[in-house]
Design a protein around this ligand. Structure first.
Ligand SMILES: *Cc1c(COP(=O)(O)O)cnc(C)c1O
Length: 359
């Protein structure tokens, strides 16, 4: 039986997509082989790859002045590959620190250029985002990096920072495809696939043309945006199975109303869960309401000694992977696109019942 899986990543995929994968596993498109077993250079696979890219372009409204790359190395790889590709060693980049993932991005970037921390939300214990006025941006910076959604803290920017002529770089790993996005506001968008796109092993990079072709000497070819863009992201063997599944997820999104429809669904799911937490008197979420994530909802029990019981009973009810990140404890419900409203409703019902029995 399939459960409602609240894992933060790798995360739940749409059941319809997995069913199609199952049906096609032994014989993809009549070739008598799995898509995993064919050459990435074959006409069939190149067609699949191009279709996935054009579907993603359509879904996100990506202008033709941007390249879409399907890479490896995860979002964490991009923490290094971004400075290597778009900035010189003596330049300064602005980084906004809103929690665990931005901190990791900063740590890695410091090895490649000068980092100015444009804002740091430490004073709030990373439970909010800075306002535009609080960003201390460096004139002439190589770029401004921020994390629109902090997957661990459950903190999300309610706005897109304005950076003038300085390219804005966004780690959208846990929020990409969750709602419409104004791509032209960004110089570069990147995301590991395993939250809201597909299986792990694939990293999507959407980069404006003028930022392509500036890699430092010594940048590995497979992580050089220009080398990869020129070769359709196939300078070497790409993660073909992940690319295939990402393509199926893009089709699923298109069938289900695209990103505007996802935004409505996701807003409804998040609002149902936060309302239940706030009204309970038993559960609490520490994040400033304006910065609450639609995708990752951390919460604590007023009696933390019951955490293990909560998790065990939830799992028995078919609600799994609710334990919080090891660095923060408590609970976390990740409710990406693939989580239906019915899953959040089941969680809210269970939480209400648990609180009545234990409050
Ligand atoms: C999961 C995540 C990462 C790390 O992704 P990897 O693919 O494991 O490197 C980075 N940033 C954010 C915001 C994430 O959610």
């Amino acid at each position: 039986m399939r459960v409602f899986n609240f894992a933060a990543g790798p995360a739940m995929l749409p059941t319809e997509v997995l069913e199609q994968v199952g049906e096609e596993l032994l014989d993809w498109h009549g070739g008598g082989m799995s898509v995993m077993e064919i050459s990435h250079r074959s006409k069939a696979f190149v067609g699949l790859a191009q279709e996935a890219e054009s579907d993603l372009r359509e879904l996100m409204g990506i202008p033709s002045s941007y390249r879409v790359l399907f890479l490896q190395g995860g979002a964490s790889g991009q923490f290094s590959f971004i400075p290597m590709n778009i900035a010189t060693a003596d330049s300064t980049a602005d980084y906004v620190n809103t929690g665990v993932w931005s901190k990791k991005a900063i740590g890695e970037a410091k090895r490649y250029l000068k980092v100015n921390v444009a804002a740091d939300c430490a004073a709030s214990n990373y439970t909010t985002t800075p306002t535009q006025d609080e960003l201390k941006l460096t004139p002439g910076a190589a770029y401004v990096h921020y994390t629109p959604n902090e997957t661990i803290g459950g903190v999300e920017f309610p706005y897109v920072p304005a950076t003038g002529d300085v390219p804005l770089v966004a780690d959208m790993s846990s929020t990409i495809l969750s709602r419409p996005v104004d791509v032209p506001a960004f110089g570069l968008i990147y995301a590991g696939a395993q939250k809201n796109i597909g299986p792990s092993g694939l990293t999507v990079v959407i980069v404006r043309d003028d930022l392509v072709g500036k890699a430092r000497p010594g940048t590995p070819q497979v992580f050089d945006y220009k080398a990869m863009a020129d070769d359709g992201s196939m300078l070497n063997t790409p993660p073909t199975f992940g690319w295939y599944i990402a393509g199926l997820v893009f089709k699923w999104l298109k069938r289900n109303g695209g990103l505007a429809a996802m935004a409505e669904r996701n807003r409804a799911k998040a609002s149902l869960l936060y309302s239940a937490i706030d009204a309970s008197g038993f559960y609490a979420n520490p994040v400033a309401p304006v910065a609450r994530s639609w995708m990752n909802v951390p919460f604590t029990l007023s009696r933390p000694e019951l955490d293990k019981t909560f998790l065990a009973e939830a799992a028995k009810a078919g609600l799994t992977n609710l334990e919080g990140h090891r660095s923060v404890g408590g609970m976390r419900a990740s409710i990406y696109n693939a989580m239906p409203l019915a899953g959040v409703q089941a969680l809210v019902d269970f939480m209400g019942d648990f609180a009545r029995r234990n409050g």
